[in-house]
Design a protein around this ligand. Structure first.
Ligand SMILES: NC(=O)c1ccc[n+]([C@@H]2O[C@H](COP(=O)([O-])OP(=O)(O)OC[C@H]3O[C@@H](n4cnc5c(N)ncnc54)[C@H](OP(=O)(O)O)[C@@H]3O)[C@@H](O)[C@H]2O)c1
Length: 249
C-alpha cells in the first residue's frame, strides 16, 4: 500500500498537525510552505515554496512531484489545500490592489491549480481525495474580512466545480473514477492566523471584537482536532463526489 499526500502549509497550525497525523498513519507526505516545517521523518519531504509564486509552484510540481504522484504503485493520492493567508484585515475603502492579487494567488489560484495537477497525474487505479480548507467566512460576511472571505467563497465554488468536472464525460474518461472533493471548515482553531486577527485595532478591522470574544470565551480548539477529521476523509473508502462539512458535524 503506497499512499501519498500533498499538504500545503505544513509549517504551522492545521497543516502541520495534518502532516504529523498522516505520517503516524504510514502515508508518504510532501509538505509545502515558505518556512521549514521542522518535521524530520523518512517519509516526509518538504518543499520550501511560496505557493503564490505561480511560476515556481507549477515548475517545481511538474518537475519534482509529478513522478511521485503518477507512480503506478500508488493506491491513493491525497491533496490538502490548506495554506492560506488572512490577507489585509481592512475595510473595502482601504483595498490594496497588489495585496489583493497576492491573497487570491495563495488562497485560490494555487489550490485550484494543484487540484488539476493531481487530477492529471493520479494513476487511474488509485483513489483520489482532495480536501479544500474552507471557512465560515466563505458564506458569512464580517466587516473588514472581505479580502479573505472572497477567496474562501471562490475556493468553495471551485471545489464544487472541480467535482462536477471530474464527473463530466471527457474528464471522467481520462482520470481515476474514485475521486472525491470535500470543502471543509475547521471551526475556530487556535493558530497564528487567529492571533493575527485578534492583534488588529478594531478601528481598522471591525471584526476584531468577534475574534477576541471567541478567544476570551474559550471558543478555540486545537489544530489536532480538525486534523483528525481531515485524515479520516483522506482515508475514506467511499466518498461522495462532492461534500461540504464543518468541524464536528
Ligand atoms: N485558524 C482558524 O480559526 C481557521 C478558521 C477557518 C479556516 N482556517 C483555514 O485553515 C487553514 C490553515 O490555517 P491555520 O489557522 O493553520 O493558519 P497558520 O497557522 O497561519 O498556517 C498557515 C500555513 O499556510 C502557509 N502559507 C501561507 N502563505 C503561504 C505561501 N505564500 N506559500 C506557502 N505556504 C503558505 C504557512 O506557511 P509559511 O508562512 O511558512 O509559508 C502556514 O504553514 C487556512 O486555509 C485557513 O484559512 C483557519
Amino acid at each position: 500500500m503506497t499512499r501519498l499526500a500533498i499538504v500545503t502549509g505544513t509549517s504551522s497550525g492545521i497543516g502541520r498537525a495534518v502532516a504529523l497525523r498522516l505520517l503516524d498513519h504510514d502515508w508518504d507526505v510532501i509538505g509545502v510552505a515558505r518556512r521549514d516545517a521542522a518535521i524530520r521523518h523518512a517519509r516526509y519531504r518538504h518543499l520550501a515554496l511560496d505557493v503564490g509564486d505561480l511560476t515556481a509552484l507549477t515548475a517545481t510540481f511538474e518537475r519534482d512531484v509529478a513522478p511521485l504522484v503518477s507512480d503506478p504503485a500508488r493506491t491513493r493520492i491525497g491533496l490538502v489545500n490548506n495554506a492560506a493567508v488572512i490577507g489585509r484585515l481592512r475595510t473595502v475603502d482601504a483595498t490594496d490592489a497588489a495585496a489583493l492579487r497576492t491573497t487570491y494567488a495563495v488562497n485560490v489560484v494555487a489550490p485550484v491549480w494543484l487540484t488539476g495537477f493531481v487530477a492529471r497525474h493520479t494513476p487511474r487505479t488509485a483513489a483520489l481525495r482532495i480536501l479544500d480548507v474552507s471557512s465560515g467566512a466563505a458564506i458569512r460576511p464580517l466587516p473588514g474580512l472581505g479580502e479573505y472571505a472572497g477567496t474562501k467563497a471562490a475556493l468553495r465554488m471551485m471545489s464544487m466545480a472541480a467535482a462536477a468536472d471530474f464527473q463530466s464525460a471527457p474528464l471522467n474518461g481520462r482520470m481515476t473514477r474514485d475521486a472525491a472533493v470535500l470543502s471543509y471548515s475547521p471551526g475556530t482553531v487556535d493558530t497564528p492566523m487567529q492571533v493575527e486577527a485578534r492583534g488588529q485595532r478594531p478601528d481598522d478591522f471591525p471584526a476584531q471584537t468577534w475574534f477576541q470574544e471567541r478567544h476570551d470565551t474559550g471558543g478555540l480548539h486545537a489544530p489536532e482536532l480538525p486534523a483528525a477529521e481531515i485524515v479520516e476523509f483522506l482515508e475514506s473508502a467511499k466518498a461522495l463526489a462532492f461534500a461540504e462539512r464543518r468541524f464536528g458535524e
